[in-house]
Design a protein around this ligand. Structure first.
Ligand SMILES: [Zn+2]
Ligand SMILES: [Zn+2]
Length: 269
């Protein structure tokens, strides 16, 4: 499979696929930053799914292979927007000859956060509270500096490049932000790996009727009965698994048979 990346994503995508006997052919022949950057120099015009899909198709075009992969992450959203930073990682598999697409995903919270420049001590404390492999960006009035690792390198750049000649007001506007590119963000790497694990599982899950890949739950049917009163709750009762090719579908019951009364609008209004 071809993978288009300039951010070393093959390191986390290749291992789960290797278990299927799939090896990756990595190309960097297209600057993926043209599709948008996390640090904002290039605005993202495509949705994350459109972006991942475009990368998967480009991977095929650039390598001549029939199977392409495109990965795209996005921050924000999640169950508690504003309180909890959330990362969603999409991994699109594109089968060029069949014209079939599989979208795998993983998502979860990320703890890493920005801080305002105040003093070396505050900066050191902020960096020490995060994974040592997390890289950072200095955003200052004249631009951004990316891919900086550790408090020592940040302080070196601040004292020698950024701060000289700057007014106190300008210095107070400097922010230290996490560099969210995949090779610099360990928390993202976990979700990229999990999305690749899901893709491997989707490729192994075959339709019982036509044997097409990606026989996978797509929608959930709510209505799991309350444990106390038996009324239907919003929790899923079953998942619908439908084949993309022949439209064969089954209703797959969930693991639990009853819902905790806290989810019941009669018992816990
Ligand atoms: Zn089928
Ligand atoms: Zn109830």
């Amino acid at each position: 499979m071809a993978l288009l990346t300039r951010h070393a994503k093959d390191e986390w995508i290749a291992p789960p696929l290797l278990s299927l006997g799939v090896t990756l052919s990595v190309t960097d022949a297209f600057d993926t930053d043209q599709l948008g950057t996390f640090s904002g120099e290039v605005e993202r015009k495509l949705t994350p799914l459109e972006c991942a899909r475009r990368k998967a198709q480009l991977a095929c075009e650039l390598t001549g292979l029939d199977f392409g992969l495109g990965s795209e992450g996005s921050f924000g959203g999640g169950p508690m927007p504003g309180l909890l930073n959330w990362d969603e990682e999409l991994l699109v598999f594109w089968d060029r000859s069949a014209g079939q697409e599989i979208v795998a995903y993983a998502a979860g919270p990320v703890r890493v956060s920005s801080c305002q420049w105040r003093s070396p001590e505050r900066l050191e404390a902020h960096i020490a509270a995060n994974d040592a492999k997390q890289a950072w960006i200095i955003r200052h009035p004249a631009g951004v500096m990316k891919g900086l690792c550790g408090a020592a390198e940040l302080l070196d750049q601040l004292h020698h490049t950024v701060l000289p000649g700057m007014s106190d007001d300008q210095a107070a506007s400097i922010t230290i932000e996490p560099d969210l590119r995949a090779m610099h963000c360990p928390e993202r790497q976990i979700y990229i790996y999990q999305a690749a694990q899901q893709l491997a599982a989707r490729l192994q899950s075959l339709c019982p009727r036509c044997a097409a890949v990606n026989f996978w739950p797509s929608t959930q049917v709510p209505g799991l009965p309350c444990e106390d009163c038996g009324a239907p709750t919003p929790l899923p009762l079953a998942a619908i698994v439908q084949c993309q090719c022949c439209e064969y579908e089954i209703r797959q019951p969930v693991e639990h048979t009853v819902a905790d009364p806290q989810h019941c609008s009669w018992c816990n209004p």
